[in-house]
Design a protein around this ligand. Structure first.
Ligand code: ADP
Ligand code: MG
Length: 288
């Protein structure tokens, strides 16, 4: 099914990132409600065709832990690519923890452990498809209305990553030390980012910049990530949760576990619970 710009109705803005804007839209021909992300890219048609070709890999991605992909196309104008994906009503973990903070709520250990498990399972699936996510952070982990936890914004298009390279922003917070030093990505680099994500969601605040040093320049922050001890999850959390996070944040990628190995971590083994009513919890959180 080929999608075109004028197939969409009722656009509502959901959010904005460094690279683009995300809209809730209705795909009129199928009546499916989708999330449509628009990204500004280089006007070179050959480059754009390459990006669309690389994105088409997403069609083959099928996992309960990965946001479904509906299609990508050249949107209005000469410099915009649109990516249509499953709309996740529950929002991102960033939306969720900020809402929890607003209503003085805390995200419990069971939900945290379920998030850790879903991310590891998503990464294992991606690895089996020879893909590394490359951008694990709270805003790229979404919840559906039913309380399923899914990854979005996979780094499948090298050309798209290149064309966004100029938008160098605060996102670098989640980057593993080996990446900062210029070594290649591995699946364990995504585990590092998971560790920072769990701290952030557990405390309703980003883990970095570190609490005592809020005004580091980007260079100082990257240097801190490479050389200084990382923040930990608060002592109000279980020992299992604290250990999980410090294992994710092992600086040497050779010693940091893979997603498969992290699935056997005590935090997931003892705290994750498939019967946890995340759907009901989301209802309370968002007042549905
Ligand atoms: P970032 O991930 O850096 O926040 P994005 O442009 O990827 O920037 O996303 C912006 C916001 O749009 C996210 O924080 C999230 O709130 C929302 N969003 C993205 N994708 C979806 C989706 N598939 N379903 C619902 N909301 C989404
Ligand atoms: Mg995103």
């Amino acid at each position: 099914s080929d999608m075109k710009p004028d197939d969409f109705e009722n656009a509502v803005r959901l959010g904005e990132g460094a690279a683009g804007t995300v809209w809730k839209v209705m795909h009129a021909p199928t009546k499916i409600v989708m999330a449509k992300k628009t990204i500004t890219v280089d006007p070179d048609p050959q480059l754009q065709r390459q990006i669309l070709r690389e994105l088409s890999f997403l069609k083959t991605c099928e996992s309960p832990y990965i946001v479904s992909f509906y299609g990508a196309f050249l949107d209005d104008g000469e410099t915009t690519i649109a990516i249509c994906m499953e709309y996740c009503e529950g929002g991102s973990l960033e939306d969720i923890y900020k809402r929890a903070k607003q209503i003085n709520g805390v995200i419990g250990e069971t939900i945290l452990a379920n998030i850790a498990e879903a991310v590891c399972k998503g990464l294992i699936y991606l690895h089996s498809q020879k893909v590394i996510h490359r951008d694990i952070k709270p805003s790229n982990i979404l919840m559906t209305k039913k309380g399923q936890i899914k990854l979005c914004d996979l780094g499948v298009s090298g050309e798209l990553i290149n064309s966004m390279a100029e938008t160098f922003t605060g996102t670098q917070y989640y980057m593993a030390p080996e990446r900062i030093k210029g070594a290649p990505y591995s699946v364990s680099s995504d585990i590092w980012s998971l560790g920072l994500t769990i701290i952030e969601v557990a405390q309703n605040n980003p883990a970095l910049p570190p609490p005592g040093q809020p005004h580091l320049t980007i260079f100082e922050l990257l240097d801190f990530i490479v050389h200084q001890p990382m923040p930990t999850v608060g002592s109000d959390r279980s020992i299992e949760c604290q250990n999980f996070v410090s294992t994710c944040l092992i600086k040497d990628p050779e010693h940091r576990p893979t997603p498969e190995e992290m699935l056997n971590n005590e935090f997931i083994k003892t705290r994750a619970d498939a019967t946890c009513d995340i759907e009901g919890w989301l209802k309370g959180l968002w007042g549905w």
